[in-house]
Design a protein around this ligand. Sequence first.
Ligand code: NAP
Length: 269
Amino acid sequence: MSVLGLGTVKLGRNVGVKYPTGADGRPVPLPSDEQAVAVLSAAVDLGVTLIDTAPAYGKSESRLGELMTENRWFGGRDRWVVCTKAGEEFDSERAMSRFDFSAEGVTASVERSLRRLRIDTIDVVLLHSDGRDEWILRESGGVDALERLCLRGLVRAIGISVKSPAGWRAANQRLASTKAGAVMVEFDPALDEHRALAAESWALGLGVLVKKGLASGHAPNPAASIRGIVAEEHVSSLIVGTTNAQHLVLNAKSAAGRRGRKRGGGGGS
Ligand code: NAP
């Protein structure tokens, strides 16, 4: 899995997001197919293998499935680590999310993601927390459903995208016994608490995927933000969202040169 991952919120959703808007304050239009293909091609050229999507990102999963299939997955399905989520749906007409972390809801969501992405197995599925991290992990039945999907061979690794340090701690506990697990987190290298939790995840064999490293496009110095996060020993990958191939080139440069990991990760981008 590459140290730099490609986030695809903006491929499918432009309302109810925190990204900078156009000069007139209106949502930035979704990227064209040509623009999206340019980003995916750049990802291949730069050695980016991790790609992150979700049902909550509007058309992201279905556009990825279509563009990837049309382009034969740019060199093959097996070169990608595809990460998606379950538990959150975005209703674009009402500009509101709905949440369902029940075993039935999570199973149906993953089966639909497989159809939308047009693949047989998803590499990583994360529960897309709405903030109730601990309840989701311990009581919703969602993690049990993901474990059963692994046994059915439909999913390779499972986990949760959390919203708080307490949720991250609970995820480490709940996922410690899974065969292949990961947490998606916001990570600030200046915070000892984040660094300790990442070390704990790492020691338990869990992947640590960092989201929103550029503060959803508001980071004053993107290169420095990327360098600071990927330098962390216990971060597996930083997922940066972009619809701009030139930004991806710059981001890959910033992520390059990271020293070798004890396991997973790999160097360069
Ligand atoms: P982010 O990665 O912090 O920021 C993305 C924004 O930064 C985009 O607006 C992008 O605009 C801009 N950008 C990227 N590279 C840039 C560069 N070199 N120079 C200037 N601007 C740059 O925020 P995010 O997209 O919200 O989060 C990253 C990914 O994490 C998402 O795509 C998603 O896959 C995942 N995520 C997960 C959750 C969750 O709850 N699980 C929540 C949020 C995000 P351009 O398109 O113009 O490059």
